[in-house]
Design a protein around this ligand. Structure first.
Ligand code: C2E
Ligand code: CA
Ligand code: CA
Length: 969
């Protein structure tokens, strides 16, 4: 590629070089350097045409020296001048080397040559130009060794051109003088003048005018005049040179000047048809070259018919507003503004060529770069492919190496494994064995003998002998396993059983093994191990004991109970009974005497039950104070069982030197085999137990199907109640007046809740309050009751201007709520209560659960100034001792006392006593359930403060309270 480029570059350089030297190169070949040429000009050196002629001729013979001699015959037109010129030339020619060619410009020079040829020039070849005289040319022809060009004139064609250019022209002025050439040309023109039509012709011979007169004359001519100038050098008073003539015409003539020679066109004259001086000089130059190269010229070389050309001054064409199209096609326009490009055409061509070359070079370079890039890309691609291939090879080599390494490792592992297996077999603590059924070959590990004793080695030769060592209870399951193995049901086995070891005791072992069979499915080999699992088995037993047994009583626990029940359900036995026994008020015992005592108590009870020697299939403690028993009625009669159990509660238990009476409730489910599942069984005995407790402790209840219904109803009621509370819909508060026994004025009311159930109508609080307590619904319900009661109290205050005390019943569950006090205080503030406007009633059941915390809470309420009443006093523990410790303001004697107060003396006395104690403790006393005047009288005498009962009013709706209070006024 690069060599190609070099070639292109070199060739281009050569082309440019040749082009720039084309002329010189072709000429210098033939002309020798020592040639000499003489140039004789008819005129002076200032004559414009001379310089032009000289340069053009010189360009044809650039290396040849040309000597110039000026005759100046135009200026000095006399013989003396000619004589002097002759002398000078004669002197010069005699004292210098001979000329090889003489150039003769214009008629006078040729005439001089021809006149003095023999003396001065001998037969030196000569070239003439600018010759219009036919005589001279004829003479030259006769001489025979010179050649040249005749300078013809074209006056008629010039006049026709002028007419064409300005068709308004009427006048033709022919200007000439008396010089030889001029006279000659004028004569020629005169002979042809008939050819000119439509023009007034005036002939002006300048010799007839002074310069001034001439100026005036030409100044009168209008612009449409055609001035044909033959010559105007000679005037009456003086002779002028070309420049001066041109100047006169330029300044004074209004019309353009048409000379018959080209001389002056471009310097002021307008246009002409004439011999082109440059062409003529070029022709002459060629003849000089011929004379120098060939050594001679001939008369046949004379050019008589050099064609005339139209020549015009372009700047004047433009100045006079003449269209160029009027001129003939090949007209030469001179004096045009030559553009830089034209002037420096050669340089521009060189530059252009250089640019072209550069462009070619750049293009080639560019293509080269593209091609190289492409190759580079291809190379890169190839390289990448190669690299990828290399990597592939490398990675597969790696893989191969890895595989080889892996193989090696595997081999090592296999070897190690073999070794290890041998070692394991020898050293294992397990008793390994391998029995071949075909060869009867056996193999046992050392530990095997250590376990069974070496003397027993023979035993294993025969499987049936080995069976003798197995615990009789476990033999069946092993036989079954072997049976399954032979029947193809299993191929791997795993068995736990006891065998007689060398110490002659049974130990637990785990046998695992695999059976190998031949093609026919016959067992041919068994391989396996025996592991001694005695320790594990013992631990399992212990864990089982912990998981299934209760540590306090050593009886089965709930898990065990469930297990047993499950098994019992599976058995087909009828009349199986399950019984749940619950110690009454065990919590009270626990709280009072402490947990240690409680535990002792439970252990003692369990011993007592066991000591009854009833044939239970299960006896266990399945909860805190709950015992479960399972037995079959066919073995123990149910009534006998109940009788025997309750016998226990008749005598006190002696625990840690304390004697304690106790009682219990029992729920019983007969023939539980009928049940579907354990859950049902558990639910049903729970229901029975619940019923027993509800019916007032110390009782046993046998489950009946309708109990289930009750429970379901209870659940549905609970749902209804939840809805009622959530939607505040169906719950109403009734208010029962409480009267001051002295004034018999109503001081307050007890708020009592009612529930209008959409399906069952009005439901008693005795029925739904326990439900609400059990389900926790009492908390939201209690809040609603408190809020409603407070709002009612506020309303009463507003309507009657008096603060009535509204007593609200608060259940134990409510007090246990950790937020109780906080919620109460917030409500109290929100409803804008004063302490007198609200009171609370509690029952002794509060004391049964978390006594201390309840007391603290009540104290906080009391500190607010709120009165607390102990409701239903006399029905529970009713310990007067407690009263001291409790934050109580009022004792509310239960209705049952009032009921009997008239008729039963003891009750009356007791009531009186209670009132006295209360007064001592500075408590007020309320009597509730007062139904008649008698009762009222008695309690008034006893000093009771407040009364409440149907005698005064039943609990009233809000409306009825209004009526009631109106009536009282
Ligand atoms: P209690 O707190 O002992 O309420 C007194 C009960 O005795 C009311 O029954 C009342 O109607 C009734 N009673 C009042 N004077 C007489 C009378 O002269 N003769 C008869 N035979 N009965 C009379 P009630 O309204 O059925 O309430 C029953 C129980 O329901 C209440 O017993 C109370 O323990 C509970 N309870 C009622 N309302 C509420 C409550 O708003 N909250 C709580 N936690 N428990 C309430
Ligand atoms: Ca009450
Ligand atoms: Ca009561």
């Amino acid at each position: 590629m690069i060599t190609k480029l070099k070639k292109v570059f070199l060739i281009s350089l050569i082309v440019i070089f040749c082009f720039s030297n084309l002329n010189t190169w072709s000429q210098e070949k033939t002309i020798k350097e020592d040639k000499r040429v003489l140039f004789i000009s008819s005129y002076g050196p200032s004559f414009l045409t001379f310089k032009n002629h000289f340069n053009i001729i010189k360009s044809q013979i650039p290396n040849v020296q040309i000597d110039v001699e000026f005759m100046d015959s135009k200026k000095f037109k006399n013989m003396e001048n000619e004589k002097n010129f002759y002398n000078t030339l004669d002197f010069k020619l005699k004292n210098s080397k001979k000329y090889d060619c003489v150039i003769l410009s214009d008629d006078n020079a040729l005439k001089f040559y021809l006149d003095y040829q023999k003396i001065l020039f001998k037969k030196t070849p000569y070239v003439f130009l600018g010759i219009s005289c036919n005589n001279l040319i004829e003479k030259s022809k006769k001489l025979g060794f010179g050649a040249g060009i005749r300078e013809n004139t074209f006056a008629i064609e010039t006049i026709n051109l002028a007419k064409k250019i300005n068709n308004k022209s009427k006048e033709l002025k022919i200007v000439y003088d008396e010089s030889d050439t001029s006279k000659k040309e004028f004569k020629i023109l005169e002979s042809k003048i008939f050819k000119i039509k439509g023009l007034n012709i005036e002939k002006i011979k300048t010799n007839d005018f002074s310069k001034l007169e001439f100026k005036k004359k030409i100044n009168k001519w209008n612009k449409n005049t055609i001035i044909l100038l033959i010559s105007a050098y000679e005037f009456k008073d003086q002779n002028l040179n070309l420049e001066e003539v041109i100047k006169i015409f330029n300044e004074y003539a209004n019309a353009p000047v048409y000379p018959i020679w080209t001389l002056g066109i471009g310097s002021g004259f307008f246009a002409s048809k004439a011999i082109n001086q440059d062409e003529m000089a070029l022709e002459a130059g060629k003849l000089v070259r011929k004379a120098l190269t060939e050594g001679q010229l001939y008369s046949k070389d004379i050019n008589l018919n050099l064609k005339g050309r139209f020549i015009a001054d372009e700047s004047l064409v433009i100045k006079n507003g003449i269209s160029k199209s009027v001129f003939p096609k090949k007209t030469i326009f001179v004096n045009k503004k030559i553009s830089l490009v034209e002037k420096n055409k050669k340089i521009f061509i060189i530059i252009g060529l250089s640019f072209l070359l550069l462009f070619i070079l750049v293009l080639a370079l560019f293509l080269n770069i593209i091609k190289r890039k492409q190759m580079q890309k291809e190379l890169m691609q190839k390289h990448q492919e190669l690299y990828a291939l290399y990597e592939q090879i490398e990675s597969s080599e790696e893989i191969l190496k890895d595989q080889y390494d892996q193989l090696q490792k595997n081999k090592e592992i296999i070897q190690k494994n073999e070794q290890r297996h041998r070692l394991i077999f020898e050293a294992s603590n397990d008793l390994l064995w391998d029995y071949d059924f075909e060869t009867f070959e056996n193999y046992f590990s050392n530990s095997f003998y250590e376990f069974f004793g070496k003397e027993n080695k023979e035993l294993f030769k025969n499987i049936s002998e080995f069976f003798k060592l197995i615990h009789p209870d476990d033999r069946d399951k092993i036989k079954l396993k072997f049976y399954n193995l032979t029947k193809d049901k299993e191929s791997v086995f795993c068995l736990e059983y006891r065998v007689l070891c060398k110490e002659n005791i049974y130990k637990w072992i785990l046998t695992t093994g695999k059976v190998l069979k031949d093609q026919n499915g016959k067992i041919n080999r068994i391989i396996g191990s025996h592991s001694v699992i005695d320790d594990r088995k013992n631990k399992e037993e212990e864990i089982k004991r912990l998981a299934y047994f209760d540590t306090i009583t050593n009886l089965g626990n709930r898990t065990y109970f469930n297990e047993i029940l499950k098994n019992a359900l599976n058995k087909n036995e009828k009349n199986q009974v399950v019984c749940l026994l619950d110690i009454d008020d065990f919590k009270f015992i626990n709280d009072t005497y402490g947990h240690y005592f409680g535990d002792e108590f439970l252990a003692c009870i369990s011993k007592k039950i066991q000591s009854l020697n009833l044939k239970f299939s299960f006896l266990g403690r399945i909860g805190g104070d709950e015992f479960a028993m399972i037995f079959n009625q066919d073995h123990i009669r149910l009534d006998y069982f109940i009788e025997e159990i309750y016998k226990l509660s008749r005598k006190p238990l002696e625990i840690l030197n304390k004697k304690l009476y106790f009682n219990f409730s029992m729920g019983i489910l007969k023939d539980f085999k009928k049940e579907n599942n354990i859950t049902d069984i558990l639910r049903k005995i729970d229901i029975a137990l619940y019923q027993a407790k509800k019916n007032g402790k110390g009782k046993s209840i046998i489950f009946e199907e309708n109990m289930d219904e009750e429970l379901k109803r209870k659940i549905s009621l609970q749902n209804d109640l939840r809805n009622a509370i959530e939607n505040e819909n169906g719950l109403i508060l009734y208010y029962q007046p409480q009267k001051n026994i002295k004034t018999m004025e109503t001081d307050g009311f007890e708020a009592l809740v009612r529930w209008m159930n959409p399906s069952d109508g009005m439901i008693s609080p005795l029925d739904f309050i326990p439900l609400a307590e059990e389900s926790g619904l009492i908390i939201p319900m209690g809040k609603w009751i408190l809020k409603t009661a407070m709002q009612f109290s506020k309303k009463l205050k507003m309507n009657y201007g008096k603060e009535f005390t509204i007593a609200v019943n608060i259940s134990a569950t409510q007090i246990n709520d950790p937020n109780f006090v906080q919620d109460f205080k917030e409500l109290f503030q929100k409803e804008d209560m004063t302490p007198k406007m609200i009171a609370i009633e509690i029952t002794e059941s509060i004391l049964m659960e978390s006594f201390d915390s309840s007391v603290k809470k009540l104290e906080q309420i009391q500190k607010m100034g709120i009165k607390i009443s102990m409701d239903d006093f006399g029905t529970g523990y009713s310990s007067l001792n407690y009263l001291r410790k409790l934050p109580i303001n009022t004792l509310k004697i239960d209705k049952s006392f009032i009921d009997d107060i008239v008729n039963i003396k003891a009750t009356s006395n007791l009531t009186q006593f209670i009132i006295k104690v209360a007064q001592e403790l500075q408590m007020l006393v309320i009597a509730e359930g007062v139904e008649n005047q008698e009762q009222l009288n008695i309690i008034r005498n006893f000093g009771c403060d407040i009364v409440q009962g149907y005698y005064f009013s039943k609990p009233l709706s809000v409306e009825d309270v209004k009526k009631y209070l109106e009536k009282e006024k």
